[in-house]
Ligand binder design. Structure first.
Ligand SMILES: Nc1ncnc2c1ncn2[C@@H]1O[C@H](COP(=O)(O)OP(=O)(O)OP(=O)(O)O)[C@@H](O)[C@H]1O
Ligand SMILES: [Mg+2]
Length: 322
């Protein structure tokens, strides 16, 4: 039986109007995210990961394409329909401090969405009871309820962000670089927390990161983005074992290896000029940096090549043994 994705984008586009023309931040991205699973989204800074996440949640209005949630195109929803939808979809940010009112205490921050959404019929006692439960769930000590976010370290602040995202019982969470700003030891704690919560609550994640070693721990599937496009997508074991796109191969070769015998392996930097995302030409955007580029690569890109088993790749040479 064909699985139905919880969240799916079809030919999703988000262009920004800038002085020099149209900046193609997300350009024709079709991805599927299945219930209870995690799609890791990786790629260099500026490739459109955050814009993709925000456009899916309708924090940004799409330029074209569809975003399906449980099979419904939510880009067609009106304000009232979207209000109901918002509870089901939340976001966790890299720096929760930037989205938190510093004058509120920990418990007020976690209670905020529930108060605005009149959860529990607006009953404050019940809302704060739930807040205490959420603090417990994300591993924040009770004594911190009246603390202010600036008094806490980055890991605890991220736990507040997670508790807040969970407060309306969402089904889907976009995690935008949630551990990138944290110390390595704390990163593991927060990743483990996110994975435990996923198991217990059946959550579905889109996990954005520029760090492939982080995404490996948490992802079921991986989408690799390059200058607004999803250039390769596959279940994570498949992507690590059989990368097809030259860009994915470069990314994988740059992951630090714990095996000492491999330490001296040369990491090849990606050379060449980065194509501008403003009014890009129809051909492959990685072409200027790709050692395998040929004339065909300058022609308009068609649909991605489908290798079956949910593995697709947007490269005209990906069937060849490069
Ligand atoms: N509001 C905006 N107006 C104009 N251009 C924008 C806007 N937001 C993002 N961009 C551009 O869109 C492209 C994608 O940006 P985005 O922030 O989505 O990338 P990213 O992959 O999340 O990068 P990072 O890893 O640095 O967070 C970039 O070229 C960026 O400059
Ligand atoms: Mg970003």
């Amino acid at each position: 039986m064909e699985r139905i994705p919880l969240v799916e984008t079809r030919h999703l586009k988000k262009y920004f109007d800038v002085a020099a023309g149209k900046l193609h931040a997300v350009d024709d991205v079709s991805i599927q995210i299945y219930e209870g699973q995690t799609l890791g989204v990786v790629g260099e800074s500026g490739c459109g990961k955050s814009t993709l996440g925000r456009t899916i949640l309708r924090l940004l209005e799409a330029t074209d394409g569809e975003v399906l949630f449980e099979g419904q195109n939510i880009l067609k929803y009106n304000k009232a329909e979207m209000r109901g939808m918002r509870r089901k979809m939340q976001m966790i940010f890299q720096d929760p401090y930037s989205s938190i009112n510093p004058r509120l205490t920990v418990e007020d921050i976690i209670a905020e969405y529930m108060i605005v959404n009149k959860s529990f019929g607006g009953n404050r006692r019940e809302i704060y009871q739930r807040t205490a439960e959420l603090m417990d769930i994300v591993g924040l000590a009770k004594r911190l309820a009246r603390a202010y976010p600036h008094e806490l370290d980055g890991g605890r602040r991220q736990r507040i962000g997670i508790a807040r995202a969970l407060s309306l019982s969402p089904k889907f969470i976009v995690c935008d670089e949630p551990v990138s700003a944290l110390d390595v030891s704390i990163q593991a704690q927060i990743l483990n927390l996110l994975m435990d919560l996923q198991k217990e609550m059946g959550l579905t994640y889109m996990f954005i990161t520029h760090n492939l070693s982080v995404v490996k721990h948490i992802s079921t599937d991986i989408a690799v983005m390059y200058l607004g496009q999803c250039v390769e997508r596959a279940p994570y074991q498949e992507l690590f074992a059989n990368p097809r796109h030259p860009y994915t191969k470069k990314l994988l070769s740059a992951i630090p290896v714990p095996d000492l015998s491999m330490r001296n392996k040369q990491i090849q930097p990606i050379r060449g000029e980065v194509t501008s995302p403003i009014n890009p030409k129809p051909g492959c955007r990685f072409m200027s940096r790709c050692e395998f580029a040929c004339e065909k690569c300058a022609e308009p890109l068609g649909e991605p090549t489908d290798f079956g088993n949910h593995h697709t790749c947007l490269c005209v040479r990906c069937r060849e043994d490069l």
